[in-house]
Design a protein around this ligand. Structure first.
Ligand code: TMP
Length: 255
């Protein structure tokens, strides 16, 4: 742990990231770890350099989304593993958007992985590790007050726009956006409540398949022990044109 990290007050620690108090009120510092977990913490490991790459990849994608008018929590990247973000109240819902069948959808409904969906599907999961993030419907979300119907509409339309934009962006670098997970937060601005994209967008929470070979270029390589995990994250960064000079050296230095 470096000096910059230890002198800040730790606000929250998740499986892949740590949040620290930011320099200004209403800001946080988001630190990206190399730790990887799967199946709700059952499988644990390290992906060397992942934090450095996810910091860059998420920065790149959030900036691009900001340019098309999607409000995000991202402010600026501070160093190899940290970015400054706006502090939001996280809505306890994981939004999954799917274009191609994979993962839990393939398992739950017995549809072969790789089946192209007739249209994009949005699913909601209640963010609660102790329960294994159970799937919920909009009815549960509004009845239990996790989000109101207006907020949920906004979350749906932002998620679909993000899907349209990112599908095109990834296709441009030879990757199919199979599915991904988003998290949103609330931000008060001059008495107005905004829904803001939060968390991260990276190969940790997207499925990305090579257009030509269908090779998996995301955390499924870790989940399924497919090997070449680090290489997949590096390849995504390379294709986006944001591969840092020497990610392994930097990763070790900052670890
Ligand atoms: P799933 O097929 O396992 O439900 O995952 C769908 C997408 O959501 C996939 O891109 C991985 C991502 N995801 C997360 O980011 N966090 C999670 O806890 C889970 C279960 C999935």
């Amino acid at each position: 742990m470096n000096f910059r990290m230890s002198r800040r007050r730790r606000v929250y620690e998740g499986k892949a990231k740590v949040l620290f108090e930011g320099p200004e009120p209403g800001t946080l510092v988001q630190y990206f770890k190399d730790d990887a977990t799967a199946f709700n913490n059952v499988k644990k490991g390290t992906i060397t350099g992942k934090g450095v790459l996810n910091n860059r990849i998420s920065e790149y994608l959030m900036v691009k989304l900001g340019e098309i008018g999607v409000p995000t929590h991202f402010m600026k990247r501070l160093n190899m593993r940290e970015q400054l973000i706006r502090k939001v109240d996280i809505i306890p819902i994981e939004v999954v958007v799917r274009n191609i069948v994979a993962g839990s959808l393939a398992k739950r409904l017995g549809i072969p992985e790789g089946t192209v969906l007739p249209r994009s599907i949005v699913e909601f999961y209640y963010k609660k590790d102790e329960l294994g993030d159970p799937m919920v419907s909009d009815e549960h979300i509004t009845a239990f007050g996790w989000a109101n119907p207006h907020e949920l509409d906004e979350i749906m339309s932002l998620s679909l726009r993000i899907n349209d934009y990112l599908s095109g962006l990834f296709l441009g670098i030879g990757l199919k956006l199979v599915d991904f997970k988003l998290e949103f937060g609330r931000l008060w601005d001059n008495d107005e409540l905004h829904i803001i994209l939060a968390d991260e967008i990276s190969p940790d929470n997207c499925r990305l398949w090579d257009v030509k070979t269908n090779d998996k270029m995301d955390k499924d390589r870790f989940r399924q022990d497919l090997g070449k995990v680090e290489e997949a994250y590096q390849e995504v960064a390379k294709r986006l044109g944001i591969m840092p000079e020497n990610v392994t050296a930097e990763a070790n230095e900052k670890a």
